[in-house]
Design a binder for this molecule. Structure first.
Ligand code: PMP
Length: 394
């Protein structure tokens, strides 16, 4: 969310970054802390991932070595990522030439965008969108074309998208399952995007961090399984959400060897490498038995259903998500019309924090009635949040 930057500070911050300001997640989590609010804003669990995975990390630190890992990631993790792509999506991925381990999906996005963009290129972003894509695309001098999902059904605006593509289009970022709407892009929608990428010789960048949180029997479609995208896409994911370890920042980019080389070129100069002990531990975690993944999904399905019902009961209009661990609500039925004002007031007045959704649009032109609550929290945390909201709303 842009916050006023003044005077000397204005001159110091790179021009490309000036329009963006401090992330909404920092702002809302800090408001939650100030007021002791139940934090349903930033998407991190209030529980840790599996004990065995933490134990692996501790063992690996003690056993060492704790020196620089290979820049592209330790072989064990690259192989685990390749195995996982085979196991869940039936894909053959070469762990040596097609997997690059990054510091979370965030650095994966950064390494990819900085690795392929030139000044004057265009990047297409589908609004509402996660806050990393625009600033990172702007840094190398690319310009952004926004295409907005339809409201209230989050449909893909095909004509608008087609009009946004042009010979300068270098890439489109597709986040599926989608934060904040919970939309899961269908194979048919992705194939439409693929046809435009082929027509304009553009890349598709898939942010797939919520790939294991897809509900109601729907299936996540990874960009690599979309006809035409195998050789022109970057599939980015991480273990932040899947292993409930958002603080570990362990992610990867999967791309054909020539595309991976571009990612590796920039990755080596951004961080060079990640932390070997954590890479060892998440490699173990990724190989978790089926039971782990089904339990994760059934726990989140239960929390989603519970939170959606509770929010409906409070009077919000609720958009149950197809994927992710977020629920969007419309605040107008309760008499509010400004999401930002609502979310800035909520921690103090109600003792709960949420994310205003208009900030996921470029110009806050849309989404001012939408607020996002996350449900990656213990049952008692969600219950407490609802208890507080009910009390505040009377
Ligand atoms: N992409 C999306 C859509 C996200 O919601 C998040 C985390 N909130 C990330 C990327 C960041 O992932 P990581 O922590 O692995 O960098």
């Amino acid at each position: 969310m842009p916050q006023n930057v003044s005077g000397r500070e204005k001159e110091i911050v790179a021009k490309a970054l000036r329009p963006f300001g401090t992330s909404i997640f920092t702002e809302m989590t800090s408001l939650a802390n100030t007021h002791g609010a139940v934090n349903l804003s930033q998407g991190f669990p209030d529980f840790d991932g599996p004990e065995e995975v933490k134990a692996k990390a501790a063992e690996a630190i003690i056993a060492g070595p704790n020196q620089y890992a290979p820049s592209i990631g330790i072989p064990k993790l690259r192989h685990a990522v390749a195995r996982k792509m085979k196991r869940f999506y039936g894909l053959e991925v070469d762990p040596d030439t097609e997997v690059t381990v990054t510091s979370g999906a965030t650095e994966g996005l950064c390494a990819t965008l900085l690795g392929i963009l030139e000044p004057g290129d265009e990047v297409i972003l589908i609004e509402p969108c996660f806050d990393t894509y625009a600033p990172i695309s702007s840094l190398p001098g690319a310009s952004i074309r926004y295409v907005s999902l339809g409201l209230p059904d989050f449909s893909l605006p095909r004509d608008e998208l087609e009009r946004a593509f042009n010979p300068r289009t270098r890439a489109i970022v597709i986040n599926t399952p989608h934060n904040p709407t919970g939309k899961v892009f269908s194979l048919e929608e992705l194939s439409f995007i693929a046809s435009l990428c082929e027509k304009y010789d553009a890349f598709a960048i898939g942010d797939e961090v919520y790939e294991h949180m897809v509900y109601d029997g729907l299936k996540h479609v990874t960009l690599w399984n979309v006809p035409g995208l195998r050789d022109r896409s970057f599939v980015i994911s991480s273990t932040a959400k899947t292993l409930s370890m958002t603080g570990w920042k362990q992610g990867w980019v999967i791309a054909a060897p020539d595309l991976s080389r571009a990612v590796r070129m920039s990755h080596q100069y951004i961080v060079f490498c990640g932390q070997p002990a954590l890479q060892d531990a998440v490699a173990f975690g990724i190989d978790s038995p089926e039971q782990y993944y089904t339990q994760l999904l059934s726990d989140y399905t239960r929390r989603r259903d519970w939170l959606c019902d509770a929010l409906v009961e409070l009077g919000f209009r609720v958009f149950p998500p197809e994927g992710t661990y977020y629920v969007l609500v419309d605040i107008t039925p309760l008499g509010f019309d400004d999401d930002l004002a609502f979310c800035r007031m909520l921690p103090e007045k109600a003792g709960v924090a949420a994310i205003p959704c208009s900030v996921f649009w470029d110009k806050r032109s849309r989404g001012r009635n939408l607020v996002r609550f996350c449900f990656c929290k213990k049952d008692e945390t969600l219950e407490e949040a609802i208890r507080r909201l009910r009390k505040w709303l009377g």
